[in-house]
Design a protein around this ligand. Structure first.
Ligand SMILES: [Zn+2]
Length: 57
């Protein structure tokens, strides 16, 4: 049985200025429903590390 590795393309949006700073792919397996990516990343607009939330295309 061939395992389908489905990857979802997501945007990471700064929660402060709402800028989309990062694009990432995540595995569907790791993505249980209701679980959203939330990463602390550097935002060029805010000039600091801020929370980036996953945003669907
Ligand atoms: Zn920002």
């Amino acid at each position: 049985m061939a395992a389908k590795r489905k990857k979802v393309f997501v945007k990471l949006k700064c929660e402060t200025c709402k800028d989309v700073n990062y694009f990432t792919r995540k595995s569907k397996i790791l993505t249980s429903e209701g679980t959203k990516l939330n990463l602390k990343k550097f935002c060029a607009s805010c000039r600091k590390h801020v929370k980036h939330a996953e945003s669907k295309k």
